[in-house]
Each structure stands twice: as structure tokens, then as C-alpha cells.
Design a protein around this ligand. Structure first.
Ligand SMILES: CC(C)(COP(=O)(O)OP(=O)(O)OC[C@H]1O[C@@H](n2cnc3c(N)ncnc32)[C@H](O)[C@@H]1OP(=O)(O)O)[C@@H](O)C(=O)NCCC(=O)NCCS
Length: 157
């Protein structure tokens, strides 16, 4: 199974719009949608985010099949926020998120030279919390239903 990440492209919207309307995928994320996401709004969203120079928005491909999204956002030269979802649920629990995350964290620390990558996760999102622990993120703060986690670029320490 080959996992790669590559920058999002406009035509990815035709696949990702289907995931936006699956409540199970977005159950615990920061974005829960209470209305149907149309192809027009998904296309508009992709055009907007890929034009943002402070974001690195990628597609996850498994053996050439587009199955989810992974991002660094708010990149400021020192830190960034990391986000992930596997939209195609047939690929959950197969190690894909872990491999894709290792690729984007390598990019963050070794290409961009960032010192810290941060994330926010709902406490009850067990699969995500387990994933982040396996990637050596450490909880630094609890905020109601949310845990804030960070991973440092240990090469400097
Ligand atoms: C969270 C999510 C990205 C995990 O993706 P995944 O590809 O299923 O995760 P992986 O298979 O790479 O698992 C990574 C690690 O977490 C652990 N893990 C994953 N799901 C788990 C579960 N339900 N229970 C316990 N451990 C779990 C695995 O054991 C694995 O560790 P290992 O490789 O050492 O065995 C995926 O479920 C998803 O997209 N969920 C919906 C969107 C979402 O909630 N995103 C996160 C928002 S903060």
C-alpha cells in the first residue's frame, strides 16, 4: 500500500464534496455541517484555501486513489496547525493516517523548518487521540471538550 500526499487541486472537490455530507466523518471535527455542502461551495472552498500562502493543503492518495485530506494551516515560520480526515471510511484503521501524518510532519519540520506543530482534538475522538499519541504529540492543555496537543521538532533538543 503506497501512501502519498500532494497539494489539493480544484478537481478534488468532486470527490471531497461527498465526504462533507457524511456526518460520521465530521462527527468530532471542528466543522460539523448542518446543511448540505454543494459542489459549488466545495469548489469555492478549495479555490480559496489553495490560494492562501500560510496553508499547505494536501490530498492523501493510497495507491493513486484520493481518500482524504491533510493540512498544515496558519504556518508562520515557527509553528503551524495540523488537521486530518480520511473521507473514504473503507480506509479507516489501516495505518493510512499515520503514514500521511508522518509525511506532512516531515515536511513541516524538515522542509519548512518549523519548531512546533499544534492540534486540537475532541476528547471523545478516540481514534484521533490514539493516532496523535502514536505520532508523539503531547497534551499541553485541556479546554472543555477539547485537548490541545503539540509536537516539537526534537532535532534541535
Ligand atoms: C482519526 C482518523 C484520521 C484516523 O485515521 P486512520 O487511518 O483510521 O488511523 P490509523 O489506521 O493510521 O491509526 C493510527 C494509530 O491510531 C490507532 N487507532 C486508530 N483508530 C483507533 C481506534 N478506533 N481505537 C484505538 N486505536 C486506534 C491505531 O492503533 C494506530 O496505531 P498503530 O499504527 O501503532 O497501530 C480517521 O478515523 C478519521 O478520518 N476520522 C474522521 C475525521 C476526524 O475525526 N479527524 C480528526 C479530527 S481532530
Amino acid at each position: 500500500m503506497q501512501v502519498i500526499i500532494r497539494p489539493l487541486q480544484e478537481q478534488d472537490a468532486y470527490t471531497s464534496v461527498q465526504w462533507r455530507n457524511d456526518p460520521e466523518v465530521f462527527k468530532y471535527t471542528g466543522n460539523t455541517y448542518d446543511h448540505e455542502i454543494t459542489i459549488e461551495s466545495e469548489l469555492g472552498w478549495i479555490r480559496k484555501v489553495i490560494a492562501n500562502p500560510n496553508d499547505y493543503r494536501c490530498a492523501i492518495l493510497v495507491d493513486g486513489v484520493y481518500i482524504g485530506n491533510i493540512y498544515l494551516t496558519d504556518i508562520d515560520g515557527y509553528s503551524a496547525h495540523y488537521h486530518i480526515f480520511i473521507g473514504n471510511k473503507d480506509y479507516w484503521g489501516k495505518g493510512v493516517a499515520k503514514k500521511a501524518s508522518q509525511l506532512i510532519l516531515d515536511y513541516a519540520f524538515n522542509k519548512l523548518g518549523l519548531k512546533i506543530v499544534k492540534l486540537k482534538v475532541r476528547k471523545e475522538n478516540i481514534s484521533a487521540v490514539k493516532l496523535y499519541e502514536k505520532l508523539c504529540f503531547k497534551a499541553v492543555e485541556e479546554d472543555g471538550k477539547w485537548i490541545v496537543m503539540e509536537k516539537q521538532n526534537i532535532i534541535d533538543y
